[in-house]
Structures are given as structure tokens and as C-alpha cells.
Design a protein around this ligand. Sequence first.
Ligand code: MF3
Ligand code: CO
Length: 259
Amino acid sequence: MTQIRTAAEIELIRKSNLLVSETLAEMAKWIKPGVTTEQLDKIAEEFIRDAGGIPGFLGYQGYPKTLCTSVNSQVVHGIPSALALKEGDIISIDCGAILNEYYGDSAYTFAVGEIKPEVKRLLETTRESLFKGIEAAVAGNRIGDIGFAIQSYCEERGYSVVRELVGHGLGTKLHEAPEVPNYGRKGRGPKLQEGMVICIEPMINMGRKSIIQEADGWTIRTSDNKPSAHFELAIAIQKEEADVLSTFEYIEKELKNIE
Ligand code: MF3
Ligand code: CO
């Protein structure tokens, strides 16, 4: 069942999400050639605990780490390891945290040093498609309107949308109803109501849409091994434009400082 949250609950969910946004901004400082995804994971776990939070993914269905770190052709759910980042890589960092029993959940795909222009365009398009989805996420519209906005934006630019993994409701559980696909048809699916809190998280591939699961039982990668990008924000549905509960502002301010 889809939860409708009170204004007070939404403020708590915002706090959890802003902690995740701050954690991702901390990651921006450390992402460079040579750093391992395991090191990033340790820093993120400490950052969340220092703020009084609990890592939201750790132990979720047996997941072993704080972050999902998905590099290049990995789409999502990459497990932090001794793998060192190198110049030209992209890395999706997906992070969850619990504060006051409410979850935050957000993801950002970072460039490691200089990346190819065509990969940069994939990142920009995926990020922008998330905001197109958010624009469609107003009370009275339907879930399919969000997916349609994302899918049409990305496909018009030559990219493909992963079908098997979707966004979700967010609150006292990491994954609540409804499912929020990144593809769809206008006017289809459950109606969006004021007070619903959802995560929108386009996973967009440069090549074909098909994915496979790696042997570790978690990591999802593109079947053609071409790059994939992933951006995620949590929003509360309102009558007019959505209230965005997580933010990329902290991350992008860090990235500007580093430039
Ligand atoms: N952020 C991912 C999502 O939005 C959750 C991954 S949690 C994991 O669905 F523990 F399964 F990795
Ligand atoms: Co999510």
C-alpha cells in the first residue's frame, strides 16, 4: 500500500535524505584515480555514523556494504572492493541512510578525472532526465507520466532505459510502494497524490537496454559492456511542483571547488 506522509514525516524524511546528499558530497572530495571503492565505502560509513545515522543498505537483504559503487558498464549494486578507480572511469555512488527511523536514498554518477565527451553526454542526459521525471511528478498525474518523461527524453537522444530496475516509495522502509519505472505511457499507472514520497532513479545505457547480473549475486551490468549512468533523488508529491527532499547542490558545489 502506498503511504501518504504528513508534513512532519516529510521533514524527517528530508533530514535523512540531506544526510545522504552530504555523504555523496563527501565522496566528491575523494573520487580520483587510485582510490578504491572500499576506501570510499569506509569514509561514507563513518560519515553517516558520525552524523548519528545508520547506513541504510548495510544488511539490506544481506547486502554487505554502505554504498553501491557501480563503475563504467556496471549499472547499479556494484559492491565496494579493492578495485581502484582510474582516469576516464565513471562511478555511480548510491547511498542510503537511516535517521529517526526514516530512510534517505540518493545516487550520483561521478566522472573520474577527464572522461570522453560521449560519456559526459550520457551523464548529463541521465541527470537531466531525472529532472524531467520530477517535473511530471505532480498530484493528479500518474506514475506512467514520470516514466514517459524520462524514457522519451533519453531515447530521443539515442540512449536506452533499463527496464528491470525501478524507483520506489521511500519512508520507514527503503523500498515501499509504488514502483516507479523509468519508462511508461502517459496517463497510465497509479495516480500521484499529495504526501506520497518516492525515489526517481533513471538507469540509462549508452548501448542496448539489456542487463546481466554478475557472479557476485548483486552487481548489475550492461550486457554489451557499454557505459551506464544512474542518478536518484527523493521527492514528496505536492499539488504544484514536487518538493525535492535530497539534493545534488552539495555535490556539485564540491565538484566546482575541485575543478
Ligand atoms: N538505492 C538502491 C535502490 O534505490 C538500493 C540498493 S540497496 C542494496 O533501489 F542494498 F540492495 F544494495
Ligand atoms: Co532507490
